[in-house]
Write a new protein. Structure first.
Ligand SMILES: Nc1ncnc2c1ncn2[C@@H]1O[C@H](COP(=O)(O)OP(=O)(O)OP(=O)(O)O)[C@@H](O)[C@H]1O
Ligand SMILES: [Mg+2]
Length: 473
């Protein structure tokens, strides 16, 4: 009886530990003395884009592909009893979200015997973001259209529209996934406009709680609430310049309504005041999802959307303009050659193939991180090889890079009378053209439905239709 009671207690205690582990904001990964994972908490799943069922009760070497054992700090802790502290790592999870962690890894030793090893990952993404935003707020607006790299017609078109937009004062809505360069375009528009002498203020609407955002944007007047002081908001601070409202879809609808009013009337009231203040700012907003989906999901008010989208710039994800990869790679290698005083010449064929196949959920930002990571790793060689790539990206490719391509080629053959002879690129294009026509026909010209079936945004489908000269007859 007593024993049953004790084991019941123990069971409950273990359950409690499991709850605690899943609630904390640190990633925890523990392995036993054989390298078999015994703890893998929720935060770690988020950081590494893995499911616990894929990791738990399996050996590390089975789950993660390490080029060399030294790549795994956990294995090092186990085999060499080595503690690694303060290793900063940037991951991109499968949603493209950038996560920066500081990791500690250490062995668990009792009476001289090794019991296992633990890795604790501290998510410092928010801190990093805040630091970056502070830098921006100090007026660091370096980018111009000349710093936007990309040969693809898609990027060239967006640059062209951006340049046209900088001649006016109209609101601009920039649509694009994370890391596609929305901030770059916003800064370029500001720097190319007559407002260049004024401030460029960027505010991320997702970073702060609702009430703070509101007082930050509109300002407060004395007595608005306990402790409120007379303070101008960003609308006033950006006078004569540009106000970038980042991730507009994460603002509460009620605040979106206030924003709409401000843009329409060109006037605001500080919170707690009845006095109108005229504003003189250009508004640029960004959204990291398809606005139509945001409207349907009640994350974006339709009226605000119409108001903001006088000019819309859609920046396609990197995976839809892979022809930009080589020039971006060159650009980032040059950048880090300068910064690190190195003389790297390029990437080898294997890496280029891998880059072309990879989906880049974190887009250009992720590509830049990968190059920077590789250049930290490279020693005497002057070309980046697959083994130099950061482990976090290699881990995401279950296939070896050598197995790329040839097996995929036959799919693109015999696809009707669209042509399709020649190199892979033209075959892929021919396939795309054919596929788009087919799906549009199937949906009787309904672009939204066709886009949905293809798993691309409406904008991206429309861009492709223009590119391939496909019209709706
Ligand atoms: N076309 C490009 N040419 C050169 N650099 C680029 C390009 N696009 C993006 N980058 C680089 O990628 C990084 C991310 O760009 P940016 O901050 O503008 O992305 P974003 O779309 O605002 O992403 P998020 O939605 O996550 O805020 C920048 O540091 C910039 O250096
Ligand atoms: Mg941004």
């Amino acid at each position: 009886m007593r024993i049953e009671n004790e084991s019941e207690k123990l069971k409950n205690l273990l359950k409690m530990y499991a709850y605690i582990l899943n609630e904390i904001n640190e990633g925890v990964h523990a392995v036993d003395e054989h390298g078999v994972s015994i703890v893998y908490n929720r935060k770690m799943m988020e950081i590494e884009s893995m499911e616990d069922e894929d990791v738990l009760h399996k050996n590390l070497l089975e789950v993660f592909q390490f080029m060399r054992e030294e790549d795994s700090t956990l294995l090092q802790a186990l085999r060499e009893r080595k503690t690694t502290k303060n290793v900063k790592q940037t991951y991109f999870n499968d949603k493209g979200k950038e996560i920066t962690t500081v990791n500690h890894t250490f062995p668990i030793i009792e009476n001289g015997e090794i019991l296992g090893a633990i890795e604790i990952a501290n998510d410092i993404t928010k801190m990093e973001h805040m630091m970056r935003e502070n830098i921006l707020k100090k007026g660091d607006t370096r980018y111009t259209f000349d710093s936007i790299i990309g040969d693809s017609s898609a990027v060239q078109e967006v640059i062209e529209s951006g340049r046209r937009a900088s001649r006016t004062n109209s609101s601009v809505l920039i649509i694009g996934e994370t890391g596609t360069g929305k901030e770059l375009f916003a800064q370029s528009i500001h720097n190319d406009s007559v407002r260049v002498g004024g401030p460029f203020i960027s505010q991320n609407c997702a970073a702060l709680p609702e009430t703070l955002i509101e007082s930050l944007l509109f300002g407060t007047s004395r007595g608005a609430f306990t402790g409120a002081v007379e303070r101008p908001g960003l609308f006033e601070a950006a006078k004569g310049g540009t106000l970038l409202l980042d991730e507009i879809n994460s603002l509460e609808p009620s605040l979106q309504a206030k924003l709409l009013r401000a843009i329409q009337e060109r006037k605001i009231k500080r919170i707690g005041s009845t006095q109108d203040i005229s504003i003189d700012v250009r508004i640029i907003a960004t959204i990291n999802e398809d606005p139509v989906e945001a409207i349907t999901g009640n994350r974006l008010r339709k009226d605000l959307y119409y108001r903001l989208s006088v000019v819309t710039l859609f920046i396609p994800p990197l995976r839809e303009r892979k022809e930009d990869i080589p020039i971006l790679v060159r650009h980032f290698i040059q950048k880090y050659n300068r910064l690190f005083q190195m003389n790297v010449k390029g990437v080898d064929e294997e890496v280029l193939q891998f880059f072309t196949r990879y989906e880049w959920p974190g887009n250009v930002r992720e590509l830049e991180h990968v190059i920077e990571g590789a250049m930290n790793f490279i020693s005497n060689e002057d070309v980046i090889a697959y083994s130099h790539l950061p482990f976090t990206i290699r881990r995401k490719s279950p296939l070896q890079p050598n197995t790329f391509a040839p097996s995929a080629a036959p799919v693109y053959m015999h696809i009707g009378d669209d042509g399709g002879d020649g190199d892979l690129k033209s075959r892929v294009e021919a396939f795309e053209r054919h596929y788009i026509r087919e799906v549009i026909q199937k949906h009787k010209g309904n672009i939204s439905r066709a886009a949905k079936e293809m798993g691309v945004s409406r904008q991206s489908l429309q861009y492709r239709m223009r590119k391939y000269d496909i019209s709706l007859q």
